[in-house]
Design a protein around this ligand. Structure first.
Ligand SMILES: *Cc1c(COP(=O)(O)O)cnc(C)c1O
Length: 399
């Protein structure tokens, strides 16, 4: 259907928005988005300065408040996620912190998935707790535990799906109903899928947070984050950022804009390679078990198929044996990058039990299902046959 509205991108598809949303071309006629490397802005007159400071007139004042390159990134990620507005932040953790600081207050209670990024657990469990915001941690898939944890003062449900590193898949429709019934906000960290594969807001989430450091950049260059949601919430988050300062830099925003242009084709390539690798891993005699929602026998397969357009680039597997065998496998690979980062063009390999999940107690790790023989892979964009060959070197190194 032809759209005759003024916005040339009205009704545009994800790939078009990823390339074009948010562009505000300057008088120079530049084709690529410019980097506004400026901390402040000049005013045309003392009256204009007064009006901007007083908030009677919109416009740039200072780059802790607004920056045109960051604004382009914000508009683009909002368009991709299907949110009304977005706020760029200095990191993924700054996105989560800003959301919490802007929308929660002392006395509020949060229910958070136990299976979230480890630093997120510390942010809620340690720092927000200091300011009188209590958090209950519950297993991602245990809907009854979520219901039981909710109190009258519960103001936010927080989760990641699929989870890291076991790729558990949460039913976003269920959680959005739960949030609405209990008058609290559903916040989803959409880092692993990105809007190219999953749109939590369309499924009823109130807010999406991102670590742009991962797939939005996609090439491991910059640290950044984003919060996406309704205008009234984003206004609160933006006010927090202006006051407290964890803003995104213009240069980083520009790198993320370039990353977004290729987001969907990268996510499809990561997903295709991860599925191929997961199937291959399952056939290897040294492998005990593979965790990837793209495999038909993964418990989250049917749900992931419903709410995601592909299964993503992260998988994990257990080698037969214990920590020693896992470490031998990791150390036996030759080009996979041994790093805890993910969402990069370069494939990364890591031993969660002694790195990303190393601060948990044995008991906590046991509950979360993270064994000493578990290895996580963030599948990159190399030839997948070469990734398999390198992992074969790893398996051959197991003594
Ligand atoms: C990395 C990550 C974060 C934190 O993002 P930073 O950019 O490192 O601050 C939050 N959530 C998830 C799921 C992540 O992988």
């Amino acid at each position: 259907m032809t759209d005759y509205s003024d916005d040339p991108l009205a009704g545009a598809g994800l790939d078009t928005l990823a390339v074009r949303a948010g562009i505000a071309r300057t008088h120079e006629g530049e084709h690529s988005e410019p980097i506004f490397a400026t901390s402040s802005y000049v005013f045309g007159s003392a009256a204009e300065a007064a009006a901007r400071f007083g908030g009677e007139e919109s416009g740039n004042v200072y780059s802790r408040y607004t920056n045109p390159t960051v604004r382009t990134f914000e508009q683009r990620i909002a368009a991709l996620e299907g949110g009304e507005d977005a706020v760029g932040t200095a990191s993924g953790m700054a996105a989560i912190l800003s959301t919490a600081m802007a929308l929660l207050k002392a006395g509020d209670h949060v229910v958070c998935s136990r299976d979230v990024f480890g630093t997120t657990t510390n942010l809620f469990g340690k720092y927000l707790a200091k300011f009188g915001i209590e958090t209950s941690f519950v297993p991602l898939l245990d809907g009854a535990a979520w219901e039981a944890a909710i109190r009258p003062e519960t103001a936010m449900l927080f989760m990641e799906t699929p989870s890291n590193p076991l790729c558990e898949v949460a039913d976003l429709a269920f959680f959005s109903d739960l949030a609405k019934t209990n008058d609290c906000l559903l916040v989803v960290d959409n880092c692993f899928c990105t809007p190219a594969l999953q749109k939590p807001i369309a499924m009823g989430a109130d807010i999406v947070v991102h670590s742009a450091t991962k797939y939005l950049d996609g090439q491991g260059r910059c640290v950044g984050g984003a919060v996406v949601g309704r205008r009234e919430h984003m206004a609160e988050v933006e006010t927090f950022l202006r006051t407290c300062g964890p803003t995104m830099s213009a240069f980083n925003a520009w790198v993320f804009l370039k990353g977004l242009e290729t987001l969907r084709i990268r996510m499809q390539a990561h997903s295709d390679a991860a599925l191929s690798l997961a199937r291959w891993l399952r056939e290897q005699p040294e492998v005990e078990r593979v965790y990837y929602a793209g495999l038909e026998d993964h418990p989250g397969h049917a749900l992931a198929k419903r709410q995601q357009s592909a299964f993503g680039g992260v998988l994990s597997f257990e080698v037969k044996g214990a920590r020693e065998q896992a470490w031998q496998c990791i150390d036996g690979t030759r080009f996979l990058s041994l790093t805890a980062n993910l969402g990069d063009a370069k494939t990364t390999i890591v031993h969660p039990a002694t790195t990303t999940h190393g601060r948990l107690t044995d008991e906590q790790r046991g509950l979360a299902g993270i064994g000493q023989n578990l290895i996580r892979i963030s599948v990159g964009l190399e030839d997948v046959e070469d990734i398999k060959a390198d992992l074969r070197r790893g398996f051959d190194a197991i003594g």
